[in-house]
Design a binder for this molecule. Structure first.
Ligand SMILES: *Cc1c(COP(=O)(O)O)cnc(C)c1O
Length: 368
């Protein structure tokens, strides 16, 4: 049985009438830029995360960029982040002329190892940017304790973690700012690019709100040089339709993860994802296993018609564009090992029991 790695058409089929109606409503009222659906989505995401403010922006990448700007990060500053994430996390720091300072990850969670942060702090450090990779929140109490002691701003890259739980809080409500992506493959996905910034701070919210519209307040009077980074009304309208289903979809992902965990528990081969004790709601944007013979397993799955993907094949310090930072290829050995072994399996809510069994059979056959 062929099993696609991801199939967004199933979600559209499920919600077609509601989504079509929402799109038509926006086309009819014509308020395409910062229309009423944007404010409504901001309100609902703020409530979901348990924060005072949420601000819709053009993408998850822009959410990070505006958050860094609001935190005052500028040329010559340093931002401490993980060596193992999607490119945006480090790219936005470099785009501001600041230096991304990488730390290695925990072997079990793939999230940045907070015990390595303090040794990387210098007088130029402005912020710490933990990533909640694959939908599991990083060890935030440890991060926040260090940040408070050194007066650093914490920006959560929660792009993969909307609704994820850390103890009794949600992703995006722990640091000074939280950044979300509604890229179509995220747990809550738009029909294009979209993102959101969350914060409890009135001051940081105001800064982000102004940066979103070219730094202007009022219109045509520019306090700072900002960006054109609004969340489209059309995207907000579609996301409003999907938001009420998010929790149920994330629970389905958790159930799929449990089935995989059980099926792979007896095997000596794949290392399955570890849920940390503080991680009260791991939303599995990805279900990532680790196998030394990753390329061979991936080829075997492909032969069986089963989709898989690699998040991420290259650690940041080994990327060509970051060679000027001066890291050695053998720095950050845990991230390097992960980049050579990780493989993500299909985990979308609409995955059927039969399809999941086909994935399990193919993995088991390879490992046996
Ligand atoms: C998806 C993602 C981003 C970027 O979001 P876009 O909406 O694609 O710009 C940033 N960080 C992480 C960890 C992501 O997974």
């Amino acid at each position: 049985m062929a099993v696609p790695f991801l199939d967004l058409s199933r979600q559209y089929a499920y919600l077609k009438d509601e989504l079509d109606a929402a799109a038509v409503r926006v086309l009819s009222h014509g308020q395409f830029i910062l229309g009423p659906e944007v404010a409504q989505l901001e309100k609902e995401v703020a409530a979901l995360c348990g924060v005072k403010h949420a601000l819709g922006v053009a993408s998850g990448t822009d959410a990070l960029l505006l958050a860094l700007r609001a935190a005052g990060v500028a040329a010559g500053d340093e931002v401490i982040t993980t060596d193992f994430s999607f490119f945006s996390t480090a790219g936005v720091v470099a785009r501001l002329g600041a230096r991304p300072v990488f730390v290695d990850i925990e072997v079990d969670s793939y999230n940045l190892d907070p015990t390595l942060i303090e040794a990387s702090i210098t007088p130029r450090t402005k912020a710490i940017m933990p990533v909640h990779l694959f939908g599991q929140v990083a060890d935030m109490d440890a991060v926040m304790e260090i940040a408070r002691r050194h007066h650093l701003t914490v920006i959560e890259d929660a792009a993969q973690a909307i609704g994820a739980g850390y103890k009794d809080r949600r992703a995006g409500a722990i640091g000074d700012l939280g950044c979300f992506s509604f890229y179509p493959t995220k747990n809550l996905g738009a029909a294009g690019d979209a993102g959101m910034i969350t914060t409890d701070s009135d001051e940081l919210y105001d800064l982000c709100r102004i940066l979103r519209v070219h730094g202007a307040e009022p219109k045509y009077y520019h306090r700072v040089v900002g960006y054109n980074s609004r969340l489209d009304t059309m995207q907000a309208a579609l996301l409003l339709v999907k938001l009420p289903y998010l929790e149920e979809w994330s629970r389905k992902r958790i159930e799929h993860a449990r089935v995989y965990d059980e099926a792979f528990a007896g095997l000596s081969g794949p290392r399955t994802p570890v849920v940390k004790d503080y991680s009260t709601f791991h939303i599995y944007n990805q279900y990532t296993i680790a196998v030394p013979a990753r390329e061979e397993l991936r080829a075997a799955l492909q032969t069986a018609g089963i989709g898989s993907d690699i998040y991420y094949p290259v650690a940041f310090h080994r990327q060509e564009c970051f060679q000027s930072l001066g890291y050695g290829v053998d720095d950050f050995p845990v991230a390097v090992k992960a980049s050579g072994e990780v493989l993500a399996l299909p985990i979308y809510p609409e995955l059927t029991a039969g399809e999941q069994q086909a994935v399990i059979n193919a993995v088991t056959k390879f490992v046996a």
